[in-house]
Write a new protein. Structure first.
Length: 295
């Protein structure tokens, strides 16, 4: 049986709202105290693309199935550039929440959003786009800086050690507020250098590696309060679905289910899930445009 603690999710959203306002991370009021450190760490041929970045937390983030909590946090490297947006990204936390939830409305989804949908559907074992209502999305970096020849092109975004060191503070604080049971990173950024797993260890204590993919590159890690899955980015969705996800993403989720770390969800539970979710979500997205602002 599905249960949703919307009051708890609302409290998390309220705490994050206060944090982003205090730290100046909303694009419409951007005043990050470390911004100029990060800007100086770039080379001279760099042009600022956009600044500001928050998580996106869906209204039914706190989910339980048969009394087992499932709180999924997906982490990418940086936010996508919105060329038609005044700030180049979502203007604030509230807008970012709506943009992410509005993926339910999209007729055409980019590969990142499609891949995220398939992961959520696999975790929840239900084939409905309403699973977008039950997760949180964030990024490692809050700002993006581009070289002049790549301006407005998010591929190949430049980031520096200084940026990563400064931004990870915000990411760790988001994790502490959201208290995810499953963290999923998307892309090689999470396994380069010291690696994101070591960053989590410094913040949350020791971990155990439970499973690796065939190349020994991406893995499943157990921390005291959550599991973390490092995965390929679904940028090239065809190959990701055919070769990469079956080698890493799906086996990691299967392992969690087989070992009792994820509940065994009945395949016929979709109607029950939507019965709870639609009355909450439909009034919100019914007044939103169907265009894909996150592209």
């Amino acid at each position: 049986m599905w249960k949703f603690d919307k009051e708890k999710t609302d409290r998390r959203i309220s705490l994050l709202n206060e944090y982003y306002a205090e730290q100046g991370l909303n694009a419409c009021d951007f005043r990050c105290s470390r911004y100029f450190e990060c800007e100086k760490s770039q080379n001279k041929n760099t042009l600022k693309q956009f600044s500001g970045g928050t998580s996106a937390v869906m209204p039914l983030f706190d989910v339980m199935y048969n009394d087992m909590p499932i709180r999924v946090l997906v982490i990418g490297k940086e936010t996508g550039y919105m060329k038609n947006s005044e700030y180049g990204t979502s203007k604030n936390f509230e807008t970012n929440n709506l943009n992410a939830l509005n993926c339910i409305n999209w007729e055409k989804k980019n590969n990142h959003i499609k891949g995220t949908l398939y992961i959520l559907q696999y975790i929840y074992n239900i084939k409905t786009e309403y699973v977008y209502s039950s997760y949180a999305l964030t990024n490692m970096l809050r700002c993006s800086f581009q070289s002049l020849d790549k301006f407005c092109n998010v591929s190949g975004t430049k980031d520096t050690q200084k940026m990563r060191k400064n931004c990870v503070i915000h990411l760790i604080n988001e994790i502490k507020i959201l208290e995810p049971t499953i963290i999923i990173t998307q892309g090689e950024w999470a396994i380069r250098g010291r690696g994101f797993i070591d960053i989590l260890r410094n913040a949350f204590g020791r971990y155990t590696c439970l499973k690796m993919n065939s190349a020994g590159k991406y893995g499943l890690y157990h921390f005291e309060k959550f599991h973390c899955i490092t995965t390929h980015h679904p940028a090239i969705l065809g190959n990701w679905m055919k070769n990469l996800a079956p080698d890493s993403v799906w086996p990691m989720i299967d392992y969690l289910r087989l070992t009792g770390c994820l509940p065994v969800i009945e395949a016929n539970s979709m109607n029950e899930y939507e019965k709870f979710v639609k009355p909450v979500v439909d009034p919100i997205i019914s007044v939103l445009p169907s265009n894909d602002l996150l592209r």
